[in-house]
Design a protein around this ligand. Structure first.
Ligand SMILES: Nc1ncnc2c1ncn2[C@@H]1O[C@H](COP(=O)(O)OP(=O)(O)OP(=O)(O)O)[C@@H](O)[C@H]1O
Ligand SMILES: [Mg+2]
Length: 399
């Protein structure tokens, strides 16, 4: 089918979607080159069709998400990408959508920020009310990626994302709450607050949409396409350089805060779609890095209790270094972190995990000991850094 890719009410380019994979088969006239999704451009600012397809298909629910197969069978589609056209590709995280050829429709009539949307898809993905029959597919759940089962709901006029857990201990929602409490205590970090709710004895985290009808989230993976990465630049240096090139304010300070929190909670999944930047979707002005979100894959949530490391911070990390012990060295300033805010972090951890009936006491105690050790190590690193010196790459060298 023929469409125009739209950015709010701005026509960006014509395209054709079809075939078994529901892929973009052809691109046509370009109306607004500056509004082409960053993820679809080469660093030379040329439209790249395979990157465009990766960007488009990356908007959809991953095929390996829990419960997705059953939902697809009920919807009568063979792949989640097949759903994108049914909801016009509209999202609650960015402002791109597709307008079918010949249809005179506007963003105001359909966007999910201002219009109601269906909960059919979300309910099906959560395994609730799986029915065969007429589905209302106008749902932002079709364009919300990530592995965990999740759905958007409108409550009190606001858009809220509900996310379930998948580990044996249902730890992910509690991890989100723990990260929230820690960042709230620290008091200097821009973050998305998560709270906990229960439904049918299962815990879910709930957070508000950090994107508004005027803004949008662009993942780090797309930001890093702004420039060609030379061999001599590390991913971290390249990321900072791209942010500078694009004009994203305070990127280094914001990323440092995120990396420090990730170190504290042993986040092992800060991949390039779990952070990024926010811009105004019409003026394209960059507002800054996105508030810290998706901290659920942390605190050894998917690991057996025996794997919880209470000895040191040398645990797996993403995206710039393989271990937190290394990644934390990228943080060049801790002026924003008052040591006393980390006091009694194990007490806080205990309070949060005590609410989790899926977690036994032995595991909880071990996690509390682990985070207390990590807070102590972080403070030692900060102390050492204060007496350290910078290397030529800007990293702090411990002496
Ligand atoms: N509060 C929010 N406001 C706007 N968009 C959001 C929000 N939270 C998440 N998103 C979007 O939804 C996507 C999936 O959400 P999230 O990363 O929380 O899910 P996940 O299943 O935990 O992901 P992962 O597969 O990384 O574990 C994010 O990459 C982001 O694009
Ligand atoms: Mg994620």
């Amino acid at each position: 089918m023929k469409y125009t890719l739209m950015h709010k009410n701005i026509p960006v380019m014509d395209l054709e979607i079809g075939g078994k994979a529901c892929a973009i088969q052809k691109t046509g006239r370009i109306y607004a080159p500056e509004h082409i999704p960053l993820g679809a451009l080469s660093y030379r600012k040329k439209l790249n069709k395979s990157a465009l397809n990766r960007w488009w298909q990356g908007r959809s629910i991953p095929a390996d998400r829990q419960g997705v197969r059953e939902a697809m069978a009920a919807f009568g589609v063979s792949a989640p990408q097949g759903l994108l056209e049914k909801s016009l590709g509209l999202s609650l995280s960015d402002q791109y959508w597709i307008r079918p050829e010949g249809m005179d429709i506007s963003w105001e009539e359909f966007n999910f920020f201002e219009n109601r949307f269906s909960e059919d898809v979300g309910n099906a993905l959560l395994g609730k009310g799986l029915k065969y029959g007429a589905w209302d597919m106008m749902s932002p759940d079709i364009t919300t990626n990530g592995c965990l089962k999740k759905m958007w709901k409108i409550i009190g006029g606001r858009r809220w994302l509900f996310k379930g857990g998948e580990s044996e201990w249902q730890q992910e929602p509690f991890n989100e709450v723990l990260a929230t409490e820690i960042m709230e205590r620290i008091g200097t970090i821009d973050f998305v607050p998560y709270s906990l709710i229960w439904e049918n004895d299962m815990p879910y985290s709930v957070c508000g949409d950090f994107v508004t009808k005027d803004t949008e989230f662009i993942p780090a993976a797309d930001l890093m396409r702004a420039l060609k990465q030379p061999n001599h630049l590390s991913d971290y240096e390249h990321f900072i350089k791209c942010c500078g090139f694009l004009g994203i304010p305070d990127a280094e300070e914001s990323i440092g805060k995120m990396l420090a929190v990730d170190c504290l909670i042993a986040n092992d999944d800060r991949h390039l779609h779990n952070f990024g930047a926010v811009r105004n979707a019409e003026t394209l002005e960059w507002l800054g890095l996105a508030p810290v979100f998706d901290c659920g894959n942390s605190m050894w949530g998917s690991q057996p209790t025996s794997r919880i490391n209470t000895e040191n911070v040398d645990t797996p990390s993403k995206p710039f270094r393989k271990s937190h012990a290394e990644q934390i060295k990228l943080v060049t300033s801790f002026d924003w972190l008052k040591p006393e805010t980390l006091k009694d972090i194990d007490g806080l951890c205990c309070e949060v995990f005590q609410q989790n009936p899926y977690m036994d006491e032995y595991r909880r105690d071990k996690l509390c000991r682990a985070i207390a050790m990590r807070a102590e190590s972080l403070l030692e690193i900060i102390e050492q850094q204060a007496h350290g010196q910078r290397t030529s790459t800007g990293e702090m060298k411990l002496i």
